[in-house]
Design a protein around this ligand. Sequence first.
Ligand code: NAD
Length: 510
Amino acid sequence: MSADILKALGLDKSNSGSYLGKGEWSRTTNAGVVQSVNPATNEVIAEVHASSQADYDTIIKRAQEAFEIWRTTPAPRRGEAVRLCGEALRKHKDALGSLVALEMGKIKPEGDGEVQEMIDIADFAVGQSRMLYGYTMHSERPGHRMYDQWHPLGLVGIISAFNFPVAVWAWNAFLATICGDICIWKPSPRTPLTAIATMKICNEALKDAGFPDLFFLFNDAGTDLAKAFVDDRRIPLISFTGSTKVGRAVGERVAQRMGRSLLELGGNNAMIVDDTADLKLALPAIVFGAVGTAGQRCTTTRRLFVHESIHDDVVASVVKAYKQVEGKIGDPTDAKTLMGPLNSPEAVKHFLEAIEKAKAAGGTIATGGTAKEGKGNFVLPTVVTGLRNSDEVVQTETFAPILYVMKFKTLDEAIAMQNAVPQGLSSAIFTQNVKAAERYLSAVGSDCGIANVNIGTSGAEIGGAFGGEKETGGGRESGSDAWKVYMRRQTNTINYSDELPLAQGIKFEF
Ligand code: NAD
């Protein structure tokens, strides 16, 4: 099975992890090895040779050369390059979706969904390539014209997390490409194969169409190259997706050199279910939000606030649904599976530690709470009741399927609890009360980057800007006007009169 997937994507048991441009993959074999491990078995799928300093230097040099050409290429023509990538991804969706499932551990429909997200953002970026709009302003001076325009930024560094091993790259790379930038990608060491496969698919699609090298890749055996990447003044933008702990350090280092960073960090997402909620909608949203991707989405539902009048009934229904999911935990590449493994043995350890902390704080395990016997990193989806929102374990993002359910009396109390965490990514309310919905979306409502009504916290569409506030980092990617972060803005004032009036009516006569 795994051999067939690798073969379909042009991968071997041993692969180069550095795409150097000009159709060339590095031959470096002495800079360490990154192992791709199947989280369902903990067996090695294949090995990837990490990149050397010399590989990195070649990548930067060639990326700079490519930028000289790309920044003067008309944006709609840049869109054509992304269109070709989207077409190629359509052809490889099944195989790449399977590799995402195999290497990351999410179930096959979610692996395919991730590739679909890449295709969707490619389509979006193609259209956007004709809409890099600036404003035209009316000058306060006669015979003057003002407008702003957007120019390419330069090299864009993309550092991605294991849980969306390919979609996050596409969100960044396809928009940056139509903006005239050249992208260099350092993927997660837990998912190197999906990154190599993606590079092969996209660069192969571009090969015969006469485009310069647009996408480069390096893999780091440790963190030395990644740190140098973050500090590299030749890279005006670092887009980082990952934990708040690492993202904080990345943000500080990029700020030190006055670079620009786009940070997409951890979440601690909550859903509020009030006493008018349509539970036919709320229940599946809770279960998919908390259990989908085995709780390893940045937007996973981790806290559930239920009106006290329906709390016990909702908990009973959620527990019943979880028991059904329990029977369908297993190999993520099997079509019948609903929940795959956690990505690593360390993640299982963190899951078990959180369960112990929850119990110590007085929580009750309503269902789950243990790891599964046997090989692979499987745990049971878990519901914990009886904790307070202020408990340390509830305040922390544990990247696993643990749902903390808490009671509330009034909407304002629920909103206050929802917002009283360091993170600010995604949030949702289930209500049929229009006043409650509007209050939740108002300036005194949710403080998150994403706030939904009658749909869950996870599974965002690419058309909206994606990202969160507070310790989630403040970045926005994907749709809406997120493209602007990949460009530099320039304000232009043109005088077509015979006078030189100064702004604010200042007189300077000599
Ligand atoms: P992580 O922080 O461990 O790793 C992320 C990336 O940073 C990896 O590529 C890693 O190799 C790299 N890295 C590690 N140390 C580095 C350093 N010193 N300098 C530069 N790069 C370094 O995160 P993870 O475990 O891969 O991913 C899970 C986390 O990502 C969760 O917290 C999740 O919420 C978050 N996430 C957020 C979003 C979002 O859009 N907000 C999306 C996906 C994941």
